[in-house]
Design a protein around this ligand. Structure first.
Ligand SMILES: NC(=O)c1ccc[n+]([C@@H]2O[C@H](COP(=O)([O-])OP(=O)(O)OC[C@H]3O[C@@H](n4cnc5c(N)ncnc54)[C@H](O)[C@@H]3O)[C@@H](O)[C@H]2O)c1
Ligand SMILES: [Zn+2]
Ligand SMILES: [Zn+2]
Length: 366
């Protein structure tokens, strides 16, 4: 039986962004019903709205969320009604070779990136019965969801929902980029270009592991001030300052250069910032089909590396509870990453916040 209708933020390639009434079916085998309590607005949602990542059908947006389990389908064993959960947007299949190797962030069996549940269906229907699809298998900008069991990661009840939401994407990606993808060690140097929700999480990850110096670059003085609070030792204006020249002249190059924007033009500058043996870490996601070019002789001659980073090379069921414990123990300043809270009806304004680089992370509450 479909549930009663309630509002959801939908991007329809035919008509754009609006708030529509949707229903959802009950959880089937291996699925879990969730009441959403908070959902962060990530630039990956904006990539869909702006057309960087073309959508071919209507999607309920939202993939950075936390909530409470309200029901479980047959065969579900890892969560029960009442559990507080953070949602993982790359629900692993747990059967493919990558999952078997403990690399869930590289899962080849997930249907999340096809914007469906694992069985290829959507739980959502519009008022006229039309199918509306869950962005990244979640579709979290609404009040109730049906998600795969592997997307629902149990977290302590004392974790605030707004913080849990950010653990669903930006924090796990940004801290994971440092700890898992790059494996930064104490005293190693790093540049972070782009200090939105993801880049600021990279900065806090760098402080957590004792990186030094930590150089942050953005266009927004407000965000650079937050980056300093989070541990950046130097900040630069990306539009005005020649950061690559400064890194070479003052530091002899850095050990790691993280890009958290998704700009090919910025990504192309990363190798020029690196010390011999250093690594560029591509955290920002460019538009579909975007390309870039590098000085190939310099890369080989100087032993420089380019590392792709999906979801902070994280295993949700291990890394999300670990980050929750670090926050609860006072080791990650996530309260300062939660910006404005808005109702679902202000989704358009929430995207404007993101476009304007205003404040830190905007959170929607159904
Ligand atoms: N790798 C992953 O798994 C993963 C996960 C989540 C998000 N992402 C991607 O990470 C990127 C960042 O996401 P976000 O939510 O933090 O975005 P955001 O919009 O909050 O932050 C982007 C920041 O980049 C800054 N910026 C833009 N152009 C710049 C320039 N030329 N120089 C310096 N700074 C510049 C902006 O001022 C802004 O602060 C997006 O591409 C998103 O899709 C990747
Ligand atoms: Zn995201
Ligand atoms: Zn898999």
């Amino acid at each position: 039986m479909p549930s009663s209708l309630s509002p959801a933020v939908v991007f329809d390639p035919a008509t754009g962004l609006d708030v529509r009434e949707v229903s959802r079916r009950a959880a089937g085998p291996g699925e879990v019903e969730i009441e959403v309590r908070a959902a962060g607005v990530c630039h990956s949602d904006l990539h869909v709205v702006s057309g960087d990542w073309p959508a071919d059908r209507p999607l309920v947006l939202g993939h950075e969320a936390a909530g409470v389990v309200t029901a479980t389908g047959p065969g579900v064993t890892s969560v029960s009604p009442g559990d507080h959960v953070v949602l993982s947007w790359f629900a692993p299949c747990r059967r493919c070779r990558r999952c078997a190797a403990g690399q869930a962030w590289l899962c080849t069996g997930t249907r999340a990136v096809a914007n469906t549940l694992p069985d290829g269906t959507t739980p959502f229907r519009g008022a006229d019965g039309e199918e509306i699809w869950p962005y990244l298998g979640l579709g979290a900008f609404t009040d109730r969801l049906v998600v795969p069991e592997t997307a629902a990661v149990k977290v302590p009840e004392e974790l605030p929902f707004s913080i849990g939401a950010l653990l669903g994407c930006s924090v796990t990606t940004g801290v994971g980029a440092v700890v898992n993808t790059a494996g930064v060690r104490p005293g190693e140097s790093a540049v972070v270009i782009g200090t939105g929700g993801v880049g600021l999480s990279v900065v806090m990850g760098l402080r957590l592991v004792g990186a030094d110096p930590i150089v942050a670059v953005d266009l927004s003085p407000e965000r650079l001030a937050v980056a300093r609070d989070f541990g950046a030792t130097h900040t630069f204006d990306g539009a005005r300052d020649d950061v690559a020249a400064w890194c070479r002249d003052e530091l002899g190059g850095v050990d790691y250069a993280f890009e958290a924007i998704g700009s090919p033009r910025v990504i192309e500058t990363l190798p020029g910032m690196l010390a011999p043996g250093g690594a560029a870490v591509l955290v920002g996601m460019a538009a579909t089909g975007a390309t870039g070019s590098f000085d190939l002789f310099d890369l080989a001659d100087q032993g420089k590396r380019i590392l792709g980073c999906n979801y902070g090379s994280s295993v949700g069921e291990i890394d999300i509870p670990k980050l929750a414990r670090l926050y609860l123990g006072g080791r990650l300043p996530l309260d300062e990453l939660v910006g404005r809270t808005r109702p679902l009806s202000e989704a358009a304004e929430a995207f404007d916040d993101l476009r304007a680089n205003a404040g830190v992370r905007t959170v929607l509450e159904p």
